[in-house]
Design a protein around this ligand. Structure first.
Ligand code: G3P
Length: 215
């Protein structure tokens, strides 16, 4: 699975979120690969209406339906068309209590859950505790940078793939086909990527080239 995290970049917000999601959908159909777009909560409804690929939220809060003001609930993102959510991303870390309650909400409502971890150790712990659909390991210091997790910390990928019981995704600084190929070779089942696609001059071609000819 390949998750394109739209974050809160201007290039992936509002109408541009829809255009970018359509480019991701095109690549998904042409390459027959599962590509998920993780968009801001405010863009879920329009993006989900526009594309057939899975739309995830970048986060949900710990509260379900009811008297809660200003939170993003699992029910609300499902009503908007989301199929899953990221949780505990490095840019949106949760306390233990928040993470537990959010995972319970996600599970109770049938959302797919991707829990992010900053290293293998945390990934092992969170995988055991919550058994999510995926653990996404991303070294925070490489996020948004020029050096990819595949180049800088290949050991982290292989260790994560060996030790974490859930399916493992990796991310941070992923830029090109080689980064993805190496991640797979070391045992990752997919990647999370943001800036190199969102900020690309031509996101369709950049993503297509990144995911083409992977065995
Ligand atoms: O969620 C993916 C992300 O944190 C990695 O960001 O910009 O390094 O691909 P980037």
């Amino acid at each position: 699975m390949y998750i394109i995290n739209f974050k809160a970049y201007p290039e992936s917000t509002g109408k541009k979120a829809v255009l970018l999601a359509k480019a991701c959908e095109r690549v998904s159909i042409e390459l027959k690969k599962t590509i998920v777009v993780a968009v801001q909560a405010t863009d879920i409804a329009t993006v989900a209406k526009a594309v057939s690929i899975p739309v995830f939220s970048q986060h949900i809060d710990q509260y379900g339906a009811g008297a809660h003001t200003g939170y993003v609930s699992a029910n609300a993102i499902i009503a908007a068309g989301a199929k899953g959510t990221l949780l505990n991303h490095s840019e949106r870390r949760l306390s233990k209590k928040e993470l537990k309650a959010s995972v319970l909400e996600a599970r109770a409502t049938g959302l797919k859950v991707v829990i992010c971890a900053k290293n293998t150790r945390e990934g092992v712990k969170l995988s055991k505790k919550y058994e999510p659909n995926y653990i996404a390991v991303e070294p925070p210091e490489l996020i948004g940078g020029d050096v990819s997790v595949s180049t800088a910390t290949p050991d982290l990928i292989s260790k994560s793939a060996q030790k974490i019981h859930s399916a493992v995704l990796v991310g941070a600084g992923i830029k090109n086909h080689d980064d993805v190929r190496i991640a797979h070779k070391l045992g990752a089942q997919g990647i999370l990527v943001a800036s190199s696609i969102v900020k690309a001059k031509d996101p369709y071609n950049t993503l297509k080239e990144m995911l083409s000819n992977l065995s």
